[in-house]
Design a protein around this ligand. Structure first.
Ligand code: BG6
Length: 471
């Protein structure tokens, strides 16, 4: 395999906690297979999947086959077979010492086979309350220790939500910091690795056209949406315990906001990019919690309480809309709207920048705004709405759209999935696409007071398949 320095990666063991969970089946295993088929995994590697289900190796292989959705012709069958041959199953409870004894000897066997101390990537694909017991048990047996930070390193990947509020996030961070150096900790927000989102920085800083306008003098408002058609079935128990704001607001939406609003870093190294993203989150104006209802809408789709796994009379929101501001000169008084919901009419993720109508003679009813839209998914691309004269005698004006689609320049396979990039970058130690401790903590500092006052905001209802509570 070729890395940025054209070096071969040492043998690597991926240790995935929560291998039978929704995320592992939908994203992690497909991403590992994709990297394997692109020959972008280390030549020598092994995957240990851990779950509490009592399964034989055969049951587990069957599970993998069923979960990795492969399009006809996507991969060579022999690649799929060889990939699955690299995966071992380890059964156990995350808080049981027995699991870690057995894991230790399994790792030792693999290292004997590879005849050296291997790199180890611990992926905590589990709800956040399992992180502490896992980390403590790993450290009891010194499994987190590395042979050296170059060969035989250990790294840990932690899924979001990172903690459950500001207090639990700080506690988890402290525990991680007691076992690993910051360069070994990879906090996942897979939105940071989406191609169309990464492109925002390129678009802003490589084109001199827009950056001069990127401020409160020219921008009227920004609307960031992550709308989903799916309801919560299949993940209802987890979802009901977090709700939309913690599930995607505290992380994905705030990261989209940070990339849109951040200052240009001195250079584009991971540390500086993360610092600038963190600065935006730090400057978010705290919510007027006493008057929360004026700044937020929260709602639940009709029939949510009947989903299997949802608590009776649950007050968990499946939709929210927040109006927020950034306390700095560039963004003075520019509202940022953050919106997300489940079971909606349409699935789309986008960032819309509405420019001010500079024409002072325009009447309110005929505002002529220019709008720049970053479409993150589906149909990744960029659109600009502008105004032209309608051909003909009268002086009429109408909107038109300039548009660019990623599909015009590459095939679907050319755009790597976010998880492919994350795993790839974690192997090579690049933290640009991962959240720093500051980002996570500032995001929680902002979100926690809202969540603690949620009860004061009426939970609205909306029908499934609608546009949400405000049509
Ligand atoms: C995950 C959330 O982090 O992101 C899910 O837990 C959500 O609830 C998902 O559906 C959205 O990610 P994507 O990549 O499918 O847009």
């Amino acid at each position: 395999m070729i890395d940025k320095n054209h070096k071969e990666a040492a043998p690597t063991i991926f240790i995935i906690f929560g291998i039978t969970g929704d995320l592992a089946g939908r994203k992690l295993l497909p991403a590992l297979l994709a990297l394997y088929s692109r020959r972008m995994l280390p030549k020598e590697f092994s995957i240990i999947g851990i779950s509490r289900r009592i399964w034989t190796r055969e049951d587990f292989r069957q599970f993998i086959r069923e979960h990795i959705k492969i399009r006809p012709g996507q991969y060579k069958e022999e690649d799929v077979k060889h990939f699955i041959d690299h995966i071992e199953y380890e059964q156990g409870l995350f808080d049981s010492a027995l699991l870690y004894e057995s894991l230790k000897s399994r790792i030792a066997n693999i290292e004997n086979r590879f005849k050296r101390c291997c790199n180890k990537l611990f992926h905590l694909s589990v709800p956040s309350n399992h992180c502490e017991p896992i980390l403590k048990n790993l450290s009891e047996l010194k499994l987190h220790e590395e042979c050296s930070d170059e060969l035989g390193w250990t790294r840990v990947l932690v899924e979001k939500p990172f903690g459950n509020d500001i207090d639990t996030a700080i506690r988890l961070d402290k525990l991680l910091a007691s076992l690993f150096r910051e360069e070994q900790i990879f906090r996942i927000d897979h939105y940071l690795a989406k191609e169309a989102l990464q492109n925002i920085l390129t678009f802003r800083f490589a084109n001199s056209l827009f950056e001069p306008l990127w401020n409160h003098n020219f921008i009227d408002r920004v609307h960031i949406r992550l709308l989903e058609k799916n309801d919560v079935s299949g993940r209802a128990t987890f979802y009901d315990s977090v709700g939309a704001l913690k599930d995607v607001g505290q992380n994905h939406l705030l990261q989209m906001l940070a990339l849109t609003a951040m200052e240009e870093p001195n250079d584009f190294n991971p540390e500086n990019i993360r610092k600038e993203r963190a600065r935006v989150l730090k400057n978010l104006e705290p919510f007027p919690t006493r008057n929360l209802k004026e700044a937020v809408v929260r709602a639940q789709y009709k029939g949510y309480e009947n989903e299997k796994g949802v608590a009776p009379a649950s007050q968990t929101e499946t939709y929210f809309l927040l109006k927020t501001f950034i306390n700095n000169q560039r963004w003075a008084n520019v509202p940022f709207f953050l919106e997300s919901g489940r079971a909606l009419k349409e699935a789309k993720t986008e960032i819309c920048i509405y420019f001010k109508d500079q024409n002072t003679s325009s009447k309110k009813s005929e505002k002529r705004e220019n709008v720049l839209v970053f479409r993150i998914q589906p149909d990744e691309g960029i659109k600009i709405r502008f105004w032209v004269k309608t051909p003909g005698f009268p002086m009429l004006i109408e909107p038109k759209t300039l548009s660019f689609k990623y599909s015009d320049i590459g095939t679907e396979d050319a755009i790597p999935d976010a998880y492919e990039k994350l795993i790839h970058d974690a192997i090579w130690g690049d933290q640009t696409l991962f959240a720093s401790t500051d980002e996570v903590i500032y995001a929680w500092k902002y979100i926690t007071p809202i969540i603690r006052s949620w009860g004061t905001v009426t939970l609205l209802e909306y029908p499934k398949g609608s546009m949400g509570p405000i049509e």
